[in-house]
Structures are given as C-alpha cells and as structure tokens.
Design a protein around this ligand. Structure first.
Ligand code: MN3
Length: 204
C-alpha cells in the first residue's frame, strides 16, 4: 500500500552495551522510531502526489505539511542511525573516505573533535551530521529537530554520510545530562564500513 516500513534493527537491543544501554535502544527503536514511522504514513495519507522515494520527498519537503518534514526526518534519520552503529564498530575509516577526511579536516582526530563539539553544542533537540556537499567536500553541521541535509529547507545541504542523535531520548537514561559522554562513547560503535560505502556511492 506504499506505506513506509520500519527496517529491522539488525542487532539485539543490548548489543551496543556498554555504550548504548538496552533500555534506551528498546524505547528508542520500539517507541520513538516506530512512532515517527506511523505518523509519517498518517501525514502522507493527507497529501496528494507525494513521491514514493523519501529522498524525493525531502528535496521538496517545504511543499508539504510539518508532519511530513518532522516525521519523515524522524523516520529516515533513525534508519541511518541504527546502521551507523554496530557491535563490531569503532576504530577509524579506511580508503577514500580516510583520505577525504584528512584532506578536508586535517586529520581523523581533527574531524572527531569537530563532529563531537558540533553535536555537543547543538542547542536543544537535533542531530549532528557529516555530509558530502555539492562541491564534493566533506562538511560537519548540526540541524534542529528531525531536519536533515537532504531537505530543501536545510541551510546546509548534501548527502548524509554519518549522523548522531542528540535528542535527550537517545542518551538520557544512561548518561543523564552528560551529552558529551554519550558522544564520546559513540566513536566506539560507529560502523565505518557503512559510512565508507555511503561515501563511495556519493562520489560515484
Ligand atoms: Mn531519536
């Protein structure tokens, strides 16, 4: 019926411990993400002529109601986020992505510091992003609420390569107000193979 489906998580709720606790994963995937998916389908049912490709929806998201923007972002951003994390994650990127990070940020350490600081200092709810912009350069930014760099309303646009959820529901049970501790732990579970695959697809 054309409805968007919530993808399988791909690992157990406790698979990312101690970095992300099982209760947070269960609520985040089972309640928050499931809710965005349900509400996206409800919002789309009220719109006419909406593309079936979510990326095409984002490219003209300003034409639709706020429910499409908020829940479409909530649906898609989490689809990516679950895949950016893996129990086998951590370490550093390799290949062309590693070279591009060195070119555009100076070093992996410099990129890591910038990405963490950008997400840590984002005011309120939102996401930290690494993206490939139209000039072919890597860029780090943060965007509010469930916005993403594919949306026509975004001040910074490009192909998403990595994100991190900084809504309190992503970390508060385990880290309370210490968003920076959650962000530091995130580096232990990032699946660089997936990030590399997105980068290589984006550069063609
Ligand atoms: Mn979330």
């Amino acid at each position: 019926d054309g409805a968007f489906l919530q993808p399988e998580l791909g690992y157990a709720f406790d698979a990312l411990e101690p970095h992300i606790d099982a209760m947070t994963m269960e609520l985040h995937y089972g309640k928050h993400h499931a809710g965005y998916t349900r509400k996206l389908n409800a919002a789309l049912a009220k719109e006419a002529g909406v593309p079936s490709d979510i990326k095409e929806v984002f490219a003209s998201v300003s034409k639709y109601g706020a429910g499409v923007r908020n829940n479409g972002g909530g649906y898609y951003n989490h689809n990516l986020y679950w895949k950016f994390m893996s129990p086998e994650g951590g370490g550093e990127p390799e290949g062309k992505l590693a070279e591009a990070i060195a070119t555009d940020f100076g070093s992996f350490a410099d990129f890591k510091e910038l990405f963490t600081a950008t997400a840590a200092s984002h005011f309120g709810s939102g996401w930290g992003w690494l993206l490939l912009n139209a000039d072919g350069k890597l860029e780090v930014t943060s965007l509010p609420n469930q916005d993403n760099p594919l949306m026509d309303i975004s001040p910074v646009r490009g192909t998403p390569l990595l994100n991190v959820d900084v809504w309190e529901h992503a970390y508060y049970l385990h880290y309370q107000n210490m968003r920076k501790s959650y962000l530091e732990a995130y580096w232990n579970i990032i699946d660089w193979k997936f990030v590399q695959a997105l980068y290589e697809e984006a550069i063609g």
